[in-house]
Design a protein around this ligand. Structure first.
Ligand code: ADP
Length: 664
């Protein structure tokens, strides 16, 4: 190289050396003895020294201790010519003590004889790169840490999950819809069915064998649910029974969901199932108990109600309660939401008592009347109780209501029967007392006149004796008449009389009876007026009919004033199916409160029991005869004074009178 070339090369080197973006340094070959010969500004900046300071130092002075040996080893190789250059990452200690990472590239500079004289270093600051690397390594470690912790948490979760499914007796499975078979079944799943997982996957729950363990009665239900699921998709929830291989019956609840791929096809079904036997048995027992309770409540006609005292409305009423009133529970709550509305169902006369009972904390049972939906009256017995909160405020009330209508009616009937029996007993005693009195009177006369005659047989003349016999005969006749009447009444009352029914002209029959009286009653004493506008015919037993007429006419004559008129009317009623016969007189009439009484045996009106004679059996016999003709007889007073005895009989025998006709 000539001088010019050398100078050019030196200039070029200098330019490169100083303008290099990386640090450059030149030193003697031995790093332990050699100070820097030349350093560029970049290298100074990297290490924080001035150029003058750095030139006073060696490479060892600015290297951390463990870097020395390595530098020495590489230098040796360079000097020995084993390496022409080498590059490695190396740390330097900056003036402020901090460490920087560099990448140094060293090359030996040789003299013309090929001997190494200097070493030139190109130093690149790679601190940032090292930091990035470190961060990368760090984040990798973090990631591993996260994965480790997640894995352990997952393992923990799986453990807990397995424990939970075991406790809940919850099995799960996966069904592959493509190959149509069970591809996973959990241990718990197999345990519920009393088989092994292997058996589930190989023997049970694949294809047609799927139903083997299902109770035969529930197979249809499952099949239709499957079909519905295939058609509609969505989630399913079903309960059924299984019979395990060991014969045990268990209740299962199964739920499943479809798993859909990204093209919307159902590829799998994931299901869980639970052994709900205990729950199902409990539910069944509860249902059975509830049904029995309901039946008992229905049988006892016992309903209950629950009232919210704060909101002032019913919370609920049972069906049985609503039925007592003729409503459904729903209807009842719509119409009678509040206690005030509910009062409409209580009989007006009983409302005050019911209101009072509700004020009681615990009502001891109140019987009252209700008005049912159809307007009929019923009887109920109610118990109610207040419910209070912890502060003692009235919050709710509860009660039961029992339909006791039948009981009440039975009691009323029993009361009535008792009263009737007592009345019959009284009547029997009265009858016996009356009868012995009535029998005694003529008998007494008979015995008295027989005694008188016997005692005076020598003293009195034949005419007198004849009179005594007449008295005896007359009393005997009275006695016989009385006994005949009694026997007649007894026969009529027992229904043992035989009627000889014929269609008869009643006007003619009444006329005949009046004529019988005409012969025995003095014209001046009483007159008869019989009004019968047309021929009235009806089905009657003429003898019995005459007997009634005789009695009515006899009484009328007996109680008529001197010269009075007895008026008899015979009419067909407007409906044309019955005949009304009335006998009116001008006598004292019958007191209002005795109009019914005089039809009783031996009863005589106070107004007329003046010794006018009579047995008190005539009207009783007449009522029986008219009743045997399906008719009705009653007493009234005529507007112009006097008694009016009326009877009504059907034209056609056997027909009943209408209720309007019997109501007077
Ligand atoms: P008897 O006339 O034989 O006493 P009844 O049974 O025929 O018996 O009559 C019962 C009673 O009814 C009579 O005693 C009388 O007190 C009253 N009574 C019946 N008919 C009349 C009448 N026309 N006017 C007033 N009282 C009558």
């Amino acid at each position: 190289m000539d001088q010019t070339e050398h100078s050019l090369a030196t200039n070029l080197f200098n330019t490169v050396f100083e303008q290099e973006a990386m640090g450059m340094a030149l030193r003697a070959v031995d790093p332990r003895n050699s100070r820097w010969l030349r350093v560029n500004q970049k290298f100074c900046d990297m290490l924080g020294y001035t150029r003058e300071e750095l030139l006073q130092l060696t490479s060892i002075d600015i290297s951390p201790p463990n870097e020395h040996e390595m530098s020495f080893e590489y230098n040796e190789k360079l000097l020995r010519g084993e390496l022409t250059s080498y590059s490695r990452d190396k740390r330097y200690q900056r003036k402020d003590g901090t460490i920087i990472w560099t990448n140094i590239c060293l090359s030996a500079v040789h003299d013309p004889d090929g001997e190494p004289t200097q070493i030139i270093s190109i130093i690149n600051d790679i601190s940032q790169q090292k930091l990035a690397e470190k961060a990368l390594v760090g984040s990798h470690d973090d990631l591993e840490e996260v994965i480790k912790s997640r894995t352990s948490r997952l393992e923990e979760s799986e453990k807990l999950f397995n424990q939970a499914v075991h406790i809940a007796r919850l099995g799960h499975y996966v069904w592959d819809e493509v190959v149509d078979r069970c591809i996973f079944a959990s241990e718990e799943y197999a345990r519920i069915f009393g088989v092994t997982v292997d058996e589930v996957l190989t023997q049970y729950y694949n294809d047609e064998k799927g139903m083997v363990l299902v109770h035969p009665e529930d197979r249809e239900k499952i099949m239709s649910t499957y079909k519905e699921f295939e058609k509609q998709g969505g989630s399913c929830d079903i309960q059924y029974r299984i019979i395990r291989p060991d014969g045990e019956l268990r209740y299962i609840r199964e739920m499943w969901d479809p798993v859909v791929d990204n093209r919307g096809r159902v590829v799998q079904t994931v299901g869980i199932l639970q052994d709900v036997t205990e729950h199902a048995k409990l539910q069944k027992t509860t249902e059975e108990r509830e049904a029995k309770l309901k039946l008992a409540a229905q049988t006892a006609r016992l309903g209950y109600w629950h009232y919210d005292e704060v909101e002032d409305e019913f919370l609920s009423v049972s069906e049985e309660l609503a039925q007592i009133f003729g409503y459904t529970a729903e209807d009842y709550l719509k119409r009678f939401r509040t206690a005030e509305q509910d009062m409409d169902l209580v009989h007006p006369e009983d409302r005050a008592a019911v209101n009072e009972a509700y004020k009681e904390e615990c009502s001891a049972g109140l019987d009252y009347r209700i008005v049912r939906r159809d307007g009929s009256i019923g009887h109920v017995r109610e118990y109610s109780m207040h419910v209070k909160d912890d502060l003692g405020n009235l919050t709710e009330a509860v009660g039961t209501l029992q339909d006791i209508t039948e009981l009440k009616e039975a009691l009323l009937k029993a009361d009535h029967a008792k009263e009737t029996a007592e009345a019959a007993n009284r009547a029997k005693s009265e009858f016996l007392a009356n009868m012995s009195h009535e029998l005694r009177t003529p008998l007494h006369s008979i015995i008295s006149f027989a005694d008188i005659g016997f005692n005076r047989i020598e003293a009195v003349n034949r005419k007198k004796l004849g009179q005594y016999f007449e008295y005896i005969r007359a009393s005997g006749d009275v006695l016989l008449g009385l006994i005949d009447a009694l026997l007649d009444l007894a026969k009529l009352e027992s229904g043992h009389i035989k009627l000889n029914i014929e269609t008869t002209d009643l006007g003619a029959l009444v006329g005949e009876t009046i004529r019988e009286f005409d012969q025995i009653v003095n014209d001046a004493r009483v007159q008869f007026d019989c009004q019968c506008s047309e021929t009235v015919r009806a089905d009657v037993d003429s003898n019995r009919f005459r007997q009634v007429m005789r009695n009515l006419l006899g009484n009328a004559v007996k109680f008529s004033p001197l010269g009075g008129t007895v008026r008899v009317t015979i009419d067909v009623t407007s409906s044309g199916d019955s005949v009304q016969v009335q006998v009116c007189d001008q006598g004292p009439g019958i007191p209002e409160d005795e109009k019914e009484l005089i039809f009783e045996k031996f009863i005589q009106s106070h107004r007329t029991s003046t010794g006018a004679g009579g047995t008190g059996l005539g009207l009783a016999i007449s009522r029986e005869i008219i009743a045997s003709h399906h008719g009705s007889i009653w007493a009234n007073n005529a507007a112009e004074g006097g008694a009016a005895l009326t009877f009504l009989i059907p034209v056609q025998f056997g027909k009943e009178l209408s209720s309007a006709q019997t109501a007077r």
